[in-house]
Ligand binder design. Sequence first.
Ligand code: SF4
Ligand code: SF4
Ligand code: SF4
Length: 163
Amino acid sequence: MIQKRELFSSLVSSFIGKKQESFNPRPPYFDDEESFLVNCQNCDGKCATSCEENIIIIKEDMTPVLDFLQGGCTYCDKCAQACEFDVLDLKYKKNINTKITIDVLKCLSWEKTMCFSCKEQCMDDAIIYLGLFRPEIDMAKCTSCGFCVGVCPTNAIEVKKWQ
Ligand code: SF4
Ligand code: SF4
Ligand code: SF4
């Protein structure tokens, strides 16, 4: 008889297509995109090493972005405090520049398989269920922290740049 875990795995693999190409936002403390390209070249990535969540990666162009597949941002300020080149600064603190949404075509719940993985991670109670099976993100509450992204078994949480 098929085990519950095997059933879940087969459902998940049938939903996962190509790994989602995610937008990687900047840490939430910058003013000017240009300053990354100019000033980060002379730095050894102190923002990344100071991040206790280990979600800052330094790209090939030497500038930092957030990788929500590794975790989320607590807005702890450590990266801004570590930046010696004034690229990241506490005075520019704001919500991360992303729109987080659920792709209902990939989401297990929307396909009637009970799943609360994203909701369990959301400290801001921004994921609401319409009935039992239809999760949606409440934009008024979502801080774009990203904690729901990497835990979704079908990569159904989308990270897009705010236009
Ligand atoms: S605010 Fe804190 S958790 Fe967020 S990216 Fe910066 S160091 Fe990491
Ligand atoms: S600490 Fe500042 S200057 Fe260094 S990589 Fe990070 S943002 Fe750029
Ligand atoms: S990105 Fe939004 S919905 Fe996801 S865990 Fe953070 S606050 Fe909740």
